[in-house]
Write a protein that binds this ligand. Sequence first.
Ligand code: PLP
Ligand code: ZN
Length: 423
Amino acid sequence: MLYATALRCRECQREYPLEPIHVCEFCFGPLEVAYDYDAIRRDISREAIERGPASLWRYAQLLPVDAEYRIDLQAGFTPLLRADNLARKLGLRELYLKNDCVNPTWSFKDRPVAIAGSRARQFGFTTLACASTGNLANSVAAHAAKAEMESYVFIPSDLEAGKILGSAIYDPNLVAVDGNYDDVNRLCAELGDKYKWAFVNINMRPYYAEGSKTLGFEVAEQLGWRTPDHCVVPVASGSLFTKIYKGFTELQKVGLIGEIHTRMSVAQAEGCAPVVTAFREHSFNFRPVKPKTIAKSLAIGNPADGYYALKQLAETGGAATAVTDAEIIDGMKLLAETEGIFAETAGGTTVAALRHLVEEGAIHPNEVTVAFITGAGLKTQEAVADHVISPLHIAPTIESFEKRLLERRRDAPAYGAVAEAAG
Ligand SMILES: *Cc1c(COP(=O)(O)O)cnc(C)c1O
Ligand SMILES: [Zn+2]
């Protein structure tokens, strides 16, 4: 049984049936899935959720898909890790990392695709498609493979090797477009008028967005059914940022958590920071930019949900900050060295932004803070390849080992301690 009742315009509140549409015909506002929250409140409980599957399907009542249409790669229910080492470095008391690197295709995009893909199947589509900055393409290709659907995934041609291979392995129709994401997205909007495909982030966008809110559900559940004081979220289109908060508010509407006092803060790269720039100018209207950053998964210069992200920033009392490419690399290394998580450039952006926000006083040391680590580092090896140690190359003898160790000790004093221990 489905508790989703309609699509509703975020601006004029007009309702539409649950169909593969995404804009209001009257005011061109974006459509969102509406639910019968009273019915859900009667039927849902913390205990039933806790007994459910270890995936985002544990929140089925708050998702717009009937069970028999699920494309189930077990996306979601990823670890929320207490990060005391990193917290100490940054000067925070209670910091958690939501580690979405460990999803089926190694990014949080498996959440929106699980929902949009499954709902597309329920609508009777046989082809999944997307305009992607890389991770979405990986996830669409994988979910289409699992569902035995066709897929067309469109990416900018300058993506990292890991993101291209990470799609190609599932054998989709993989199309590299000469242009940036905003060009790819415009092309896909035109293709969507011509072909009867389910573009997960265009005509299926209302359903896509529902997947991201499960991050909010999980964080609240994993904190013992309460929301944190502060969230730091990497922003590209802004969908993830706004939907995490929608997750919190829905849990409250159905009676599973109490009051929400969460401040939502934005992390972007300086080379693509339209939301941060508008925030600094106290404006709700961002100016589109031409992206230039190593954080390619965040390189959207004209963010579809930028306006709503800015509204949410203001309403929750959050902050926004942009970081340089060098800081992104440092952030990736810091996260790996302190907490054992190898995240992609978006994760480096989040950690570097977290550091800024603490230093600026935008995050108070006593705030219970959650940083969202949204994708895995093996996909963006180019970013850090020249910034990490190379192996100590030796012959298979103790003599060679100790000789090389001493040589390296002379070159890099940091290795002194290891050399000492080796005698
Ligand atoms: C897509 C993506 C984001 C941002 O998501 P939006 O909903 O477009 O803001 C963040 N991190 C990673 C790794 C992504 O792939
Ligand atoms: Zn409308």
